[in-house]
Structures are given as C-alpha cells and as structure tokens.
Design a protein around this ligand. Structure first.
Ligand code: NDP
Ligand code: BG6
Length: 482
C-alpha cells in the first residue's frame, strides 16, 4: 500500500561533493534504494564530482564501499547494474578544469539536476560555472543543502548568487525533515480529516509542544557545531518547518506555492522572543564520554547544545496559545513529537474531586511513528465517578501492516521529488530569509546579554530551567521517552 513506486523520467544527477560524508551516508544509499525499488530508470546517470582524482571505476568502488557501510539491509540482486550508471569527473569547483568534460557527459532531452553537496561558500562559484559551461538551461535543477547561510545577511547573499543563474523554480533547498514520511503526515492528519480542524485554534488549544530530542552528541562535527549551535542547526530550519506545518492555514491545494505561501505567513506572524522565554544548555561530560566543550575543542564555548523557547504567533488562529519548542543533544531518549494540549472543559459536571483532565493529541514523528489521542473515561469499577485518562494509541506500523516498514527515508523521497520537479517539500528563498529574520534577533539577544548556556547532564531532559519555562505558566513538558 505505502510502497507504491511511481517511476521517474530518465535523469542525470551530478553530485558535486560526491566524495563527501553526506554523499556517502545519505545521497548514494538513497539513490541505491530507489534503484532497487525500480524507480530509477536504467538509462539514468549518477555522476560524482570532486577534487579527488579518480576515474569511473575508482568511484564505483568508492560507492560500493559506501553502500556496504550505509545502505543497511536494503539492497537488490543487481548491485552491478546500479554501479554501471555511476560515473565520476574530477574537478575543483573554484577552477576551470573538468567542467567541459562534465558537460560532455550529460545526455540530451532528460532531467538534469546538480546536487551541491558542499559547504555554502561554494554555491555561488558552482552556479556561475554551470552557467559558463552551458549547463544552466531553463530546465536544469539545483539542490542545495543546509545550512543555508548563518544569518539573514548571508542567506540573502546566497539567494542573490543563485538567482543570478537560476530561477526560484529551479532551486531545491533541502530541509530533510520535510522528506520524513511522518512530517508529511502532519499535513495529511490536519487537512485530510474533518475531526481536528474545527478545534485547531486558540479557542480550544491551550498550548502546543514540539520536542526534537537526540541521544547523540556533536562527535565529529565539533567545528561546524561550535559556530552553529542548536538554534541555527535545528530551530531555524527543522523545528521551524514543524511549527509551520502545525500552525499554518489550510492551503487551497497541495501545490508548492500554495503550501509555501501559508508557511511563510506563519513565520512572518511570529513575535520576537523575550530573553526570559529562552533557555540554553550545554551537555556535561559523562564518565568517559566527553562533554560539549571537549567535543567542540573550546573550554570556554558559549554555544548551546540544547534550547527551549516559548513562541507566540500573532494571528487570529493562535493569539493566546503559546508554542513551546525544545531540542537538544545527549538527552534521555531519541524522540521527536508534537503534543497538542487542549483546554479544560468549560465546566466539570463531575465536581472538583474528578480532578483536571485534558485531551492531548500526540503526533510521534520518530521513532514508533504514530498518533496518540489522550481521552478521559470513567475509571472502571464501583466507588463513584472517578475519571482517568487513557490513550487511543496507533502506531502507523500497526495500522498499515508490513508495508509500513518500506517507507522511504527522507533523502529518497526528496531526491525523487527533484527529478519529478516537485518543490512542495523544499524551502523557498523568502521562507528561509523570513526564518533567519526571526532567528537573528534571538541570537543577538543572548550575545548582547553575554549569557552562557546552563550545563546539563547526559541522559536528562536538559537544564532544570527549561522545566521552569513551563512551570511558571502552570504547564509542564511531556516526558522525553523512547
Ligand atoms: P564533507 O566535507 O564530507 O564533503 C565535502 C565534499 O566537497 C567532498 O566531496 C569534497 O571532495 C568536496 N569539495 C570540497 N571542496 C571542493 C572544491 N573546491 N571543488 C570540488 N569539490 C570540493 O562535507 P559533507 O558531505 O558532510 O557536507 C556537505 C554539505 O552538506 C555541507 O554544506 C554540510 O553542511 C551539508 N550537510 C551535511 C550533512 C551530513 O550529514 N554530512 C547533513 C546535513 C547537511 P574533495 O575533497 O575530493 O574535493
Ligand atoms: C541535522 C543536524 O540537520 O539533523 C544534526 O545538523 C541533527 O545536528 C540531525 O543531528 C537530526 O536529524 P534526524 O533525521 O536524525 O532527526
């Protein structure tokens, strides 16, 4: 049911940065899995490009090793057939050698896409050379990775660089959270059911919590992370996208601009964040496991590995209903979920002894993807009308059966969408800029105040102060559990 394969047209996909970590861990395994699923035509071409000198055969060995390490159990009989569509061109994107060879390798009358799997400082030079060497036609597509800038100024500069050579309709800005099946499910749950929409506003919803908790630290990515921190690495993009999907108005149709217009309105309606509505944290060492400061190689680092925020949206639907966001590394469990906490009933016919009961709709994004609706029922047995909250719990794996395990990972979905020419799950330039315009003053706020992140223990729920952020409003975070 869920594994239905829709074949795509023949394509050439050039992975610039084809020898890098992202290519090895995500892009190449994703293409392999789609090939095994029968979605990639035999006459497609996947061409790696980077400075490391290699020929096609050398790159096929490189790709084979990457698949051994990262393609997991997925695979098909005909790995040789997949490797036969792989090629490689040696080039330095800052120089001129190699580009003519690359142009000569591309086929005619087929989709041509260039995946910029390199740091953002190379986006402009690549776009320029694609133009110079005749590869920036009106149907060419380019895919750019996050981080898309580190603030509004740099994001604008990147947009301007790309716009010199490509129209907005050709630019696919990746946020891999949008490729997650359960994140797309947010739209299906909200706009495919009549049940929720009438209640989806500040009249009925007390508050919303969005939690993206990880157990990993920043091992191996210390240099990048020290410059980014949780706000830039997770909130400006992934959590912002979740917030948009949960809060936006229904788009008139499921098409790229209709959806992205509505997301943009949410971002533009976000209030500035007051300093007392932000809690930042940094994980401590745990036995032999180094702490954050050791990982980033800076004993005085003031970068956060955890952040909790209280966000307000100033529009008719959400005025008065705060949204609490939190994300962090080295927390108690790896879990991402959204909790929509409904208001109390206006009057309890059962009297004060029945206690306070609220409906909570939990959308679990990972792991154990599913939804859970907390409802209040009578506690069984004699002894009066006592109430108890029970879950109406559904994991998608249970509901959809064995097919649920075949759900493609985010990169599979997103790369195939590039080939199909569907931008719905990619960020538009104005959306990214609006997200930075909201993020920048929050970061400037703590930089000006000189506040340092609060240490927290590995395996905790972050600093105690993040609990206080909720307690002072008479609310509390849902437990972080696997
Ligand atoms: P790596 O440093 O592992 O890889 C960079 C790639 O770029 C290598 O293939 C390198 O190959 C190539 N490269 C660097 N300079 C040049 C140049 N002048 N000309 C041609 N090729 C060049 O980075 P990642 O793969 O980790 O990341 C790539 C991008 O994706 C970054 O923007 C990163 O932020 C983003 N990203 C990465 C994620 C990940 O999980 N790794 C997750 C999300 C985003 P060579 O040295 O052979 O030239
Ligand atoms: C990346 C961040 O974009 O997303 C990482 O740079 C983070 O720091 C990762 O660990 C989380 O992604 P996922 O798919 O594991 O939830």
């Amino acid at each position: 049911m869920v594994s239905r394969v829709i074949p795509v047209d023949p394509f050439d996909l050039v992975v610039i940065g084809g020898t890098g970590d992202l290519a090895r861990r995500k892009i190449l395994p994703a293409l392999y899995r789609r090939f095994c699923a029968g979605q990639v035509p035999d006459d497609a071409q996947i061409i790696g490009a980077a400075r490391t000198a290699m020929d096609d055969a050398g790159y096929r060995d490189f790709v084979g090793a990457a698949l051994d390490e990262f393609a997991g159990a997925a695979g098909c009989e005909d790995r040789a057939r997949f490797l036969s569509i792989i090629g490689y061109v040696t080039l330095d994107v800052l120089g001129d050698a190699g580009w003519t060879e690359l142009a000569g390798r591309l086929g005619q009358d087929r989709v041509q896409a260039f995946y910029f799997s390199v740091g953002p400082s190379l986006f402009g030079p690549i776009a320029e050379r694609l133009q110079t060497y005749g590869m920036a036609g009106p149907d060419t597509r380019i895919v750019v990775e996050k981080p898309f800038g580190r603030d509004l100024t740099s994001a604008r500069a990147l947009n301007t660089d790309l716009a010199r050579h490509f129209d907005e309709g050709q630019i696919y800005r990746i946020d891999h959270y949008l490729g997650k099946e359960t994140v797309q499910n947010l739209m299906a749950i909200r706009f495919g059911n009549m049940l929720f929409e009438p209640l989806w506003n500040s009249q009925y919803v007390d508050h919303i919590q969005i939690t993206v908790a990880e157990t990993v630290g920043v091992e191996g990515r210390g240099e990048y992370y020290e410059r980014a921190g949780a706000m830039r690495d997770m909130v400006q993009n992934h959590l912002m996208q979740l917030l948009c999907l949960i809060a936006m108005e229904p788009p008139s149709k499921f098409d790229p601009d209709a959806v992205r217009d509505e997301k943009l309105k949410v971002i533009r309606a976000l209030d500035p964040i007051a300093p007392e509505d932000v809690v930042r944290g940094q994980y401590l060492a745990d036995g032999d496991r180094p702490g954050f400061r050791e990982h980033v190689g800076n004993a005085e680092s003031t970068t956060e590995s955890f952040i909790a925020l209280k966000v307000r949206i100033s529009n008719w639907r959400w005025a008065g209903t705060p949204i609490y966001l939190r994300t962090g590394k080295r927390l108690r469990a790896r879990t991402s979920e959204i909790d929509v906490v409904f208001k109390d009933t206006p009057h309890s016919i059962f009297g004060p002894e029945a206690g306070r009961h609220r409906n909570i709709l939990t959308i679990r994004l990972q792991p154990n993807e599913g939804i859970d609706l907390g409802v209040t029922i009578k506690e069984p047995g004699p002894g009066g009308m006592r109430l108890v909250d029970v879950p109406l719990d559904m994991t998608f794996a249970q509901a959809l059966g064995p097919d649920a395990k075949d759900v493609p990972d985010a990169y599979e979905r997103l790369i195939m969408d590039v080939v199909r020419g569907n931008q719905t799950l990619f960020m538009r330039g104005d959306e990214v800029e609006a997200a930075w315009a909201w993020t920048d003053p929050v970061i400037a706020g703590w930089e000006e105040a000189g506040t340092a992140p609060i240490p927290y223990d590995t395996g905790s729920a972050g600093p105690e102060e993040s609990l206080a952020l909720m307690h002072r409003d008479g609310r509390r975070w849902r437990e972080i559990r696997a």
